[in-house]
Design a protein around this ligand. Structure first.
Ligand SMILES: [Zn+2]
Length: 71
């Protein structure tokens, strides 16, 4: 396990890897970048976007750093 670990997921929510990325349409399969819920505080999983980790980083990035640095 990496120190950061996967993003927290509320109990009972389905695996976000089962949904396509809402930003880029990425479809997860074994070995691919994982998907995460964008809003784990949403009332239900359907109310939260699911994004791949790349899109999630882009969403978290401030406007002034829109261009992804690629780390
Ligand atoms: Zn994506």
């Amino acid at each position: 396990m990496s120190p950061a670990g996967p993003a927290p997921r509320p109990d009972g929510w389905p695996d976000p890897n089962d949904r396509t990325c809402d930003d880029c349409g990425h479809v997860w399969f074994a070995g691919e970048r994982r998907h995460e819920y964008a809003d784990v505080a949403a009332a239900s999983p359907e109310d939260s976007d699911v994004v791949c980790v790349l899109c999630r980083r882009q969403r978290e990035r401030p406007r002034s750093e829109e261009r992804w640095a690629g780390f």
